[in-house]
Design a binder for this molecule. Sequence first.
Ligand SMILES: [Zn+2]
Length: 234
Amino acid sequence: MKKLLLLFSIGVWGFTMYAQGDDIQVLLITGGHDFERNPFFDMLEGMEGLVFTEVKHPQANDYFKGDKAKPYDVILFYDMVQDINPEQKEGFKKLVESGIGLVFLHHALVSYQDWDYFQEIVGGRYHEGGEKASNYTHDVHFNAEVVDGSHPVLNGITDFELFDEIYGNVEISNKVSPLLKTDHPESMPYISWAQEPTPTTRSIYIQPGHGPQVYSLDPFQRLLKQALTWAAFK
Ligand SMILES: [Zn+2]
């Protein structure tokens, strides 16, 4: 079924689609880092069975408080910000404990540098500066190799090639289950992983996702869709 796009205001101009009965409700958080909106939303529009509602910073962190995130099955983080207050942090912890699905895409790894809990939930840490500084390189051809083909997030996905941005020297938690790896020498070795921070909470990180070349790739679209579905326990 063709989905229709509807613009409406959630404090700021946002984006959503008409929902069908049992569609997965995705709260998409953006802000703090540019991206090419049209190809990105074209990709999301093609994901049958998922409905995306966008909220932008600085309002987005208020969705961690109270019941504001209750209508959603999963949060897709495609933001990169540092500011968050104690009340919002507390709300985020409660959401994690409540079992909401969590998918962190690309530059979301760089958010909240000074908040250890967030890094634990993402399963990795990109250091902006300092002795352990991480790094990034744009426009790189690299490979993605399936680590655990039995994982539902990788259903129908085999090894594939990408042209996108890579991150190097990133700390990866030993609690995560790697999903995809690469042998590019300047990239971090794992470029997607899953973890279950609580018995009822699923979190996924996907490193590729900078621009249209990767948005249009079938294996990438599958990976993102299946990550959202798995994290939502659907
Ligand atoms: Zn990027």
